[in-house]
Design a protein. Structure first.
Length: 85
């Protein structure tokens, strides 16, 4: 699945075009590598780092979504690895 589509389905972006824009800024990392294109593919087990809501978030993809569902469904797509301490 494309990273922009995952970010939109997982509710890290309000629209698909917003997700594409975030990816193209180079402020998203996939498994430690900088992402500069929205079409980069992701898979379960991949780790994404991005700025969301003014904070850096680090998440591991657990499963790929089939649709953009409600927030509780979206939260089940990933595990938050962000260090809150």
């Amino acid at each position: 699945m494309r990273i922009d589509k995952f970010l939109w389905f997982a509710r890290f972006a309000k629209s698909r075009s917003a997700a594409q824009a975030v990816c193209e800024t180079g402020m998203v990392r996939l498994d430690g590598r900088r992402v500069e294109r929205a079409h980069v593919l992701v898979r379960p087990g991949a780790v994404i780092s991005l700025v969301h809501g003014g904070n850096v978030r680090v998440v591991r993809i657990e499963t790929l979504p089939t649709r953009r569902g409600p927030v509780p469904e979206a939260a089940g797509l990933y595990t938050d690895l962000t260090n809150h301490g």
